[in-house]
Design a protein around this ligand. Structure first.
Ligand code: FAD
Length: 331
């Protein structure tokens, strides 16, 4: 029997606290452009817990998806990568999309390589742009060699797979009159023989990428307990604590709150960088904050070049004063 041709763009959407993660709306923007350029369809696949309200997917159609497939199962209550990847691989083998786009969230970063490896295809991680060449191939564009060049990558195998960072693209606009095409489909496999999740432990409800205020610490923080200084100010301002890679490498903080090129990209209203020098790889994750405040005892630290407000001084003296100032201000 002749094999089905690869066609269409598929976006892997994910759920977060019972809603669709917003990175899917950003992927729809580029996804629609790619699908239109190739004259193909744009669909989304969402693996969700059995308790998920399917109607919550309508916005995916309003933002450009021609069709949304929802696979629900009690087994998907915990986002377990191996099981998720097996179901996604089976779906892709059946539908044979030409292009698969994944948000570079914690889950997406873990899922995409597993799926690509199982399908024997290529994957470009952390793309900053996506274009289509004259032959209809996907050009996956991303910085390389520490941001010194922009690499344009094409995949010879199919499907072409790319991950894109959250908050990299604008969200696709909402069209209230769009046709809502949502199809519930049965999972291919609901039990993972090799992994059983006993319990999950939440490390906070808010994702650092969504925080409006980030109070971040770098190597200027001497010991793990001192992160409490950042936490106190973050709590006061309703924000989250972030760190540079130096603190993650030192085992003082988890990578889930690392800001930068190989960490999270954040776009808060206020970013307070304490004891962070401002290496290009750190700036890559926070330079788009609306207001940047830097605290550093070295007046020549590069972070001051992009800071809107700077405090030259010891963070152990400046930070408590800042916290006190905002506490009084809030009363
Ligand atoms: P340092 O550069 O050591 O700076 C510490 C700063 O604290 C100094 O400016 C110092 O003056 C100041 N300081 C010291 N004590 C005090 C005090 N008491 N009060 C006030 N100021 C004080 N880095 C990231 O952050 N995120 C990434 O995602 C990332 N990805 C990378 C990917 C690659 C491929 C590579 C090669 C590197 C990456 N890095 C990343 C590492 C990056 O190059 C820097 O090494 C790192 O950002 C430095 O962290 P830092 O600013 O905390 O430390």
């Amino acid at each position: 029997m002749e094999e089905k041709k690869y066609s269409g763009v598929l976006i892997l959407a994910e759920t977060e606290h019972g809603k669709v993660h917003r990175v899917a709306y950003e992927l729809l923007n580029k996804g629609r452009m790619i699908a239109d350029a190739c004259g193909e369809s744009l669909s989304c696949l969402l693996l969700a817990p059995d308790t998920f309200e399917t109607s919550a997917c309508s916005e995916l159609c309003q933002r450009g998806a021609d069709q949304v497939y929802v696979m629900k199962s009690a087994a998907f209550r915990h986002p377990e990568e191996v099981l998720f990847a097996q179901n996604i691989v089976s779906f892709i083998e059946e539908k044979r999309p030409d292009t698969v786009l994944v948000g570079a969230t914690h889950l997406g970063r873990s899922l995409a390589p597993r799926v690509a490896a199982a399908l024997g295809t290529g994957l470009t991680a952390d793309c900053t742009d996506l274009q289509v060449d004259a032959d209809g191939n996907l050009e996956q564009i991303r910085p390389a060699f520490s941001d010194n060049i922009l690499a344009h990558i094409k995949t010879v195998t199919r499907p072409q797979m790319a991950t894109v960072r959250y908050k990299e693209f604008q969200e696709a606009p909402v069209n209230d009159g769009a046709q809502i095409q949502i199809r519930e489909i049965a999972p291919y496999i609901e039990e993972n023989q090799s992994v059983k999740i006993e319990k999950t432990v939440s490390i906070g409800d808010m994702d650092i990428t969504d925080a409006e205020v980030v109070v971040a610490g770098g190597r200027g923080i001497r010991k793990e307990e001192d992160l409490a200084l950042l936490q106190e100010l973050a709590d006061l301002l309703g924000g989250q604590v972030g760190v540079s890679r130096a603190l993650v490498d030192a085992g003082m903080a988890p990578s889930s709150i690392q800001v930068g090129y190989s960490g999270n990209r954040v776009k808060p209203k206020v970013y307070i960088a304490c004891g962070i020098s401002g290496a290009p790889q750190h700036l890559a994750g926070m330079k788009e904050a609306d207001v940047i405040i830097a605290v550093n005892n070295d007046p020549s630290a590069p972070i001051f070049n992009i800071a809107d407000y700077g405090f030259v001084g010891d963070l152990y003296e400046v930070l408590p004063q800042l916290t006190e100032h905002f506490r009084k201000d809030g009363q």
